[in-house]
Design a protein around this ligand. Structure first.
Ligand SMILES: [Zn+2]
Length: 117
């Protein structure tokens, strides 16, 4: 089965307040947000066949709209930065970092980054 990479938006009172990405079924992801207190009107914007295309579009839209609920812009991460074993060790068990590569941040609710998933 081909994986689908989705970019979606969340609106509040007709105003765009959030841009998100998911590799889950969008309806499942939207339900997860609502269960976690993000009760927005969600709409799928675009779907891609690669994580890179999806993340490029997310980055473009976040910069274009600067939605108020997007806090971290984790597209242009510097993956060349030298990390010591201790740095990586500190990321183990953290909800913020991919638990497989320990190099990329994860979307809330995920354990692995979109490349390791
Ligand atoms: Zn990873």
């Amino acid at each position: 089965m081909t994986r689908i990479y989705t970019v979606y938006k969340g609106e509040l009172g007709g105003k765009l307040v959030y841009i998100g990405t998911t590799i889950q079924k969008p309806a499942d992801r939207f339900r997860w947000h609502k269960a976690n207190g993000k009760d927005l009107k969600f709409t799928v914007l675009k779907q891609f066949e690669s994580a890179d295309d999806m993340l490029d579009e997310e980055f473009r839209l976040i910069n274009l709209h600067k939605p108020k609920m997007n806090k971290i812009k984790h597209r242009k991460q510097n993956l060349n930065v030298k990390l010591t074993a201790a740095d990586l060790d500190r990321r183990k068990g953290s909800g913020e970092w991919c638990q497989r590569c320990l190099r990329r941040r994860v979307n809330a609710g995920y354990s692995f980054c979109l490349r390791c998933n």
